[in-house]
Design a protein around this ligand. Structure first.
Ligand SMILES: Cc1cc2nc3c(=O)[nH]c(=O)nc-3n(C[C@H](O)[C@H](O)[C@H](O)COP(=O)(O)OP(=O)(O)OC[C@H]3O[C@@H](n4cnc5c(N)ncnc54)[C@H](O)[C@@H]3O)c2cc1C
Length: 290
């Protein structure tokens, strides 16, 4: 199919983009990498009046270190995040997750900001942002505001970003020195959206799990923190008994959406399997024995 008619404006500054967002509100869409937006238009799932192209806005690109915070511009391409030495040194979870984001051609154009602004429940970057306690910085013509990841993802393709706000950067706290992180997902083919996925981030002392955060994606309408599973995990040695307790607790955290990829029961089962594998890996990465 062909996209419906729309106007196109190439923004020549952030201020210009914000002016256009103020003027057109929900009738406008930001065009970043276009890897999700263009298929959506072509399938006529969305019919905006105007696209605001931000691709020439260099101030929205790049990765830098600000003290203990890794700052990633919203327009930074997935491939740049994947190949960044700063990201691999300070956010190994993101480096581990990035090869699972679509395929090479899509990662060459798609942006981390587009992925987080879109908020697909099966996407990897929103889950990483939640697991690592990132802050999303949005801006409108009145200024910037910071939104913790915990408050950003509201539901299926819904976020706390107002329609006149541009996501400008993502601020990730660097991984703490004595923490470990693990990313895992299951999909039908490599590069497909996940049918179950987990980000684990925290501390393992010997074989005891300490202050571990578990974030699940591709289950609910947004990435979720497995509060009950975490409560059953932290402070315990990683053992078959703990694994069973965490699996049982996870049933209180997740009520997966059934779709063409599988039933709710199958997806819950897969998340339990991933939790076990992720914690085995976390203990092993922390230098413990299994
Ligand atoms: C075949 C295929 C497979 C894919 N598989 C995966 C996958 O496994 N995992 C995954 O995570 N993604 C996957 N994607 C999506 C891909 O990662 C996209 O790049 C990403 O979702 C959107 O990034 P983008 O820069 O292309 O955004 P665009 O398509 O340009 O925009 C997406 C949406 O976000 C808005 N937006 C973009 N940037 C901003 C901003 N800075 N501020 C405010 N709003 C903004 C747009 O208006 C639009 O509504 C896949 C895509 C395809 C086509």
């Amino acid at each position: 199919m062909k996209a419906p008619k729309f106007s196109y404006v190439r923004a020549d500054s952030v201020e210009h983009a914000l002016e256009l967002l103020d003027k057109h509100g929900d009738d406008a869409r930001i065009l970043a990498g276009g890897q999700s937006l263009m298929p959506t238009l072509n399938m006529r799932l969305s019919q905006p009046e105007i696209l605001i192209d931000i691709n020439r806005l260099n101030e929205l690109k790049g990765i830098s270190l600000d003290g203990d915070t890794v700052v990633i511009g919203a327009l930074t391409r997935h491939v740049e995040v994947l190949n960044s030495d700063i990201v691999s040194a300070h956010l190994p979870l993101v480096t581990e997750a990035m090869p699972y984001v679509a395929h090479v051609a899509i990662r060459n154009r798609g942006t981390i900001g587009g992925s987080i602004a879109l908020s697909d429940p099966a996407a990897e970057m929103p889950a990483c942002a939640l697991a690592l306690g990132a802050t999303l910085v949005v801006q409108n013509s009145g200024g910037k505001r910071e939104i913790p990841a915990e408050q950003f993802f509201h539901g299926l393709y819904e976020t706390a970003r107002a329609e006149n706000e541009l996501l400008v950067e993502i601020r990730f706290p660097s991984q703490k020195k004595d923490n470990v992180s693990v990313f895992m997902e299951l999909s039908r083919r490599h590069g497909d959206y996940a049918i179950a996925g987990i980000c684990a981030y925290g501390k393992v002392t010997g074989e005891t799990i300490d202050d571990m955060r578990l974030v699940y994606f591709a289950s609910e309408d947004r990435p979720v923190i497995g509060e009950h599973a975490i409560a059953a995990l932290n402070g315990h040695a990683w053992s078959e008994e703990t694994k069973d307790a965490v699996s049982a607790a996870l049933e209180n955290d997740l009520d997966p959406m059934a779709n063409l990829n599988g039933s709710a029961a199958m997806k819950l089962h897969l998340q339990k399997v991933l939790t076990g594998r992720a914690m085995d890996t976390a203990v092993s990465r922390a230098g413990g024995t299994l």
